[in-house]
Design a binder for this molecule. Structure first.
Ligand SMILES: [Zn+2]
Length: 80
């Protein structure tokens, strides 16, 4: 069993967002009719503020909402 006991989440060190995107390469698989990942690159950035200061930490359900990414102590951010 190589599955880790704890989940991690990727987050932006600048604004606290968990809305992080990562560059990847995909190719079309005609058999599955889906884009299949060929490679995932190192470059990550925050989709909210554009920062490249991306970190990872242990995931706790109480600190992040799966849809809104709310943070303890820093959840007053509003979306325009
Ligand atoms: Zn950010």
């Amino acid at each position: 069993m190589t599955k880790p006991a704890t989940k991690i989440e990727i987050y932006c060190e600048e604004c606290g967002s968990v809305n992080i995107t990562r560059d990847a390469c995909a190719s079309w698989d005609v058999l599955t009719q889906q884009w299949e990942f060929v490679d995932v690159y190192d470059y990550m950035s925050c989709a909210d503020c554009g920062s490249e200061c991306i970190e990872e930490r242990e995931y706790h359900k109480r600190t992040a909402h799966p849809l809104h990414g709310l943070w303890d102590g820093n959840s007053a951010e509003t979306l325009d």
